[in-house]
Design a protein around this ligand. Structure first.
Ligand SMILES: Cc1cc2nc3c(=O)[nH]c(=O)nc-3n(C[C@H](O)[C@H](O)[C@H](O)COP(=O)(O)O)c2cc1C
Length: 330
């Protein structure tokens, strides 16, 4: 039984990866993940604003502007809210590399070209095996068109690709108007993988206190179908690998992702809830299921349910939509 897969040029023993999160913040937890069989892991993101803030603070300090510029940075979360500052993040990449033998995928989050784009190169110098470029952004400005948002994202990717040699995955939200087209642009700009999809922070309203309620909801497998659809739509059409993040909790979830065309699946909520030993369980469950269903390898399963297999994917989608509308019986 061959569970191995290739993702971002890395040969992985199986497709389950701990995704970007606090899971790699502590060396002890990262080692437990490795001991439980994680074939690589993704670090939390270093955020564009953290880097900008550090530089602005240094400038203000050097030029004694004191409070006069304070407003300019007042909307950035204060540095204490972040687990790692930019320099600490680089140190942590090095520490993980020194203590683990599995590949370490670092992550940066930024949305527009700027000084933070020095960091991918610094991260590479600390030994990261690959980089996830997390393009988390909400396009709230009504004067900015979809084309402009996409163009900026592609520019950021091009710049990152220009500065590093390690593979670069792009982590995206589903909120682009023509996702298949945008994916192709990223593919052409050199994305080595697409990671689908970022889960947005979903604030609620506290109606008693008239406040925004900051809640962090972990996911469930209900979030998987959106990912399955897009992986199935893109599989076989891009040079880039595909990874699923969001809603992978069981080996069956992973089987669906692989059949849709994924090279790897990332887990965060499931590992936060159940701990690193879940890696062992998922691997064993996948092996067991494949044995029962007579699949010899993950490679053989990959993409056998992708949309390229039907002659007219758009018509197939429409047909299923119409059937679904008719399917409810009271
Ligand atoms: C506590 C927490 C911290 C996270 N931090 C990051 C991060 O720094 N960068 C990032 O790209 N995604 C981050 N994520 C998102 C996860 O990587 C993942 O995409 C998301 O949780 C969906 O996967 P899941 O259903 O397996 O949880 C975080 C998620 C959680 C729950």
């Amino acid at each position: 039984m061959d569970l191995s897969t290739t993702y971002l040029g890395l040969k992985l023993a199986h497709p389950f990866l701990p995704g970007a999160s606090p899971l790699a913040d502590e060396l002890a937890v990262a080692r437990r993940l490795e001991d439980a069989g994680a074939p690589a892991l993704v670090m939390r993101s270093l955020v564009e604003e953290q880097i900008a803030r550090e530089r602005i603070d240094a400038y203000l300090h050097a030029h004694r502007h004191g409070e006069s510029f304070a407003e300019a940075v007042s909307y950035f979360p204060s540095p204490e809210r972040f687990t790692f500052g930019p320099e600490e993040y680089l140190d942590h990449v090095r520490r993980l590399k020194d203590s683990l033998s599995i590949p370490v995928i670092a992550s940066v989050n930024g949305t527009r070209p700027g000084g933070w784009l020095d960091y991918p190169r610094l991260i590479e110098q600390e030994g990261a095996d690959a980089l996830e470029l997390n393009l988390y952004q909400l396009a709230l400005d009504p004067d900015v068109t979809g084309e402009e948002v996409e163009k900026e994202a592609v520019e950021v990717l091009r710049e990152v690709k220009r500065t590093v040699k390690i593979p670069v995955a792009v982590k995206l939200s589903p909120f682009f108007s023509s996702f298949a087209h945008f994916s192709q642009r990223l593919d052409a700009a050199g994305a080595d993988a697409l990671v689908l999809f970022n889960r947005f922070y979903q604030p609620d309203i506290d109606v008693e206190n008239l406040q925004v309620a900051e809640t962090l909801h972990l996911s469930s497998s209900d979030e998987l179908p959106l990912r399955l659809r897009w992986v199935a739509a893109l599989s076989g059409r891009l040079r880039a690998d595909l990874a699923v993040t969001g809603g992978v909790h069981t080996a069956m979830d992973a089987v669906k992702c692989l059949m849709a065309g994924a090279h790897a699946v990332q887990l965060v909520s499931a590992l936060l809830r159940q701990g690193p030993d879940l890696m062992r369980v998922l691997r064993a469950d996948l092996e067991h299921w494949m044995e029962e269903h007579r699949w010899d390898s993950v490679g053989e399963m990959r993409g056998n349910m992708n949309l390229q297999r039907c002659p007219d994917p758009a018509a197939y989608e429409r047909a299923n939509y119409m059937l679904m509308l008719q399917s409810w019986r009271s």
